[in-house]
Design a binder for this molecule. Sequence first.
Ligand code: HEM
Length: 389
Amino acid sequence: MKTSHKHLRGPGLEVLTQAMMCNLQNVMLQNIDSSTDQKTWLEDRLFKCSYKAVFRAGYLSLFGNASHNCEPGSVEKAKEKDQAESETLFHEFRKYDQLVPNLAYGVLPPREKMEAERIKAFFWKALSMQKMKIKDNISRWVWDMQQGRQELGIKESMIDRYMLVLLWVSQGNTGPSAFWLLFFLMKHPEAMAAVREEVNRVLKESGQEVRRDGHLINLTCDMLMKTPILDSAVEETLRLTAAPLLVRSVLQDMTLKMANGCEYRIRKGDRMAVFPYTAVHLNPEIHPDPHSFKYDRFLNPDGSKKTDFYKDGKKVKYYSMPWGAGVSMCPGRFFANNELKQFVFLMLVYFDLELKNPDEKTPKYDVSRLGFGALHPVGDIQFRYSLRF
Ligand code: HEM
């Protein structure tokens, strides 16, 4: 946990965000070159496309890039290797992802159980310490997690297994959240216009412009700190679509006091679970009209971040809990937040975007994922995009 806090905030966060910025542009612009027609509208599935881009770039930023040497063409070859490998990993990850709810409930049929075992073995190999040794730019977070366990004398095969846990926690929520964020912006033109204006302004103030000669935008942490409207849209998206079940073991007998005066005696050895999604996120007293997406819900009239929310006239401390709370609150939340913002920032400055069906309804949430973190949509959404430059 200490390792996570050390490398997922402060200077470590800056290095990761920088890596994400390069990797994200490399995967997003993979099939776009100088011959791509600016006027051409391309069509794709929004959930798959968003999840894939954020997964691939997030994976490369944390688990490292293919190494290259000084020979001519070596950098390009390494880039192609990254693109191919991250694509394969995404497809296997999605297969596993779809098995997760039934796997967790212990109700996978035998054939799917075998499939889950196959995929786990695939990832243990793909993320193994041996493979990591020949990579460049492996993040300090992953590196220290490996080294720390090795120093404790933990077997290499167990460390390889642990790497899949790290991949799961770092990639399972961010891609689906990126989908919802972009979907809500496309569905709400006033939100899209406000965020688009903000990101265009921040890009302009940094003295940069988008170019199609392979020159990447340098989207820095500093720039990401100048986007209060996008921040609010991210927070609103997570309020509506992050539904984790927070489980805690009770280590000693205690009394839990509720805000309404009720008291519960909790016994040592019990397990407790909190589900903030219905209790907080969708509570109409805290968030009026709770099922609607309001991009500026977390903004004060003066444009600053809104943190004052009330229930029964009292200020609520935990008015949104997508990252959990307390000792095991998500240590990757700063990076995840940056990833979501980077994804939307780059999508908006590079592309014009629209839903194929302008009257598209917000997809239903896949209820089998309640409790597992970011919700998934039932089905996918067709969208269109074209280059802006
Ligand atoms: C939108 C994206 C994400 C969401 C919604 C999310 C949410 C969560 C939640 C709800 C927990 C459990 C917290 C608790 O029990 O109180 C958690 C744990 C964790 N998350 Fe995230 N997370 C995201 C992205 C990330 C990323 C990108 C990383 C790493 C780079 C990460 C690393 C972790 C780790 C290591 C834990 C386990 C903490 C522990 O058990 O002590 N997460 N996350």
